[in-house]
Design a protein around this ligand. Structure first.
Ligand SMILES: [Zn+2]
Ligand SMILES: [Zn+2]
Length: 267
């Protein structure tokens, strides 16, 4: 049975047979199809800071209603991707899950994160519009240390749920410079260190396609921008983004958006 058929079978059977599985976060027994889909119990799912409207029409970060339809960061630069989607804010338990997936080898945590991303993708009807999911690649040295690319693990989960195929179109052309953790750098340093970081493996394979760049967290947008630019340079028709969470910056927390209209373009 292929993976998609397996997912549907599991979901269908879940209506009648309570899955004998435990919450990936707290260990409680899962008892509903929804809990089974996420691999998390209802109590843990209630802890997630799910994103609700209004959101920035470019990066998907939550906005306060008086901020208009675009956040401060997306108004301050030319955003190369059409729009990016995220189910939740990078905070609390959701942040723990992402960090454990990235730094502690808990690959199975791609399931709850990917399930939430798939839900957002389904709501935006990406299934009928996107040709492929393109995971942000890791530098080979980091991949060797980590054993897997968390963005690819997330893309595979989303693919299983939505049927959108995964296309590993991007290559990491250079390692992040200056050493140190990305999260400790300023937005400007992150942008500089990522410039030209990605190239496209086979430009012919992406020409004219609508592609969804998949990553774990969107904070400054530096990674998403670079990945989108590389794909568009190679001839992709349109680039969207899909991440497990958005990290809020000081500028986001201070507000500072304003009235703006993109003409009602859908993500
Ligand atoms: Zn739980
Ligand atoms: Zn934004």
């Amino acid at each position: 049975m292929n993976t998609t058929a397996f997912t549907w079978a599991r979901r269908f059977l879940g209506l009648f047979v309570p899955p004998d599985e435990h919450c990936l976060h707290c260990g409680r027994t899962l008892s509903t199809p929804r809990e089974d889909r996420f691999g998390l119990c209802g109590a843990c799912l209630d802890l997630v800071a799910w994103i609700r409207r209004p959101v920035c029409d470019r990066c998907g970060k939550p906005l306060r209603s008086e901020q208009g339809d675009r956040c401060h960061d997306c108004r301050a630069r030319t955003v190369p991707f059409a729009c990016s989607l995220a189910p939740a804010v990078y905070d609390g338990m959701w942040r723990d899950l992402i960090q454990q997936l990235k730094f502690y080898g808990r690959r199975e945590l791609a399931r709850p994160l990917g399930a939430a991303m798939a839900q957002v993708a389904e709501r935006a009807r990406l299934g009928g519009r996107a040709h492929a999911l393109v995971p942000v690649p890791l530098h080979p040295k980091r991949l060797e240390r980590r054993g897997y690319n968390q963005a690819l693990a997330l893309a595979m989960e989303v693919s299983e749920e939505t049927g959108i195929p995964v296309l590993e179109a991007l290559i990491r052309a250079k390692a992040a410079q200056h050493g140190g953790a990305q999260s400790l750098r300023t937005a400007r340093e992150r942008r500089r260190s990522l410039r030209g970081a990605f190239t496209v493996w086979q430009p012919d394979a992406v020409r004219g396609l609508t592609l969804v760049v998949v990553d774990d967290v969107y904070t400054t947008g530096a990674t998403m921008d670079e990945a989108a630019r590389a794909l568009l340079r190679a001839g992709a028709g349109k680039v969207l983004g899909l991440v497990a969470a958005v990290g809020l910056t000081d500028a986001d927390l201070a507000g500072g958006g304003g009235p703006h209209s993109n003409g009602g373009e859908e993500c």
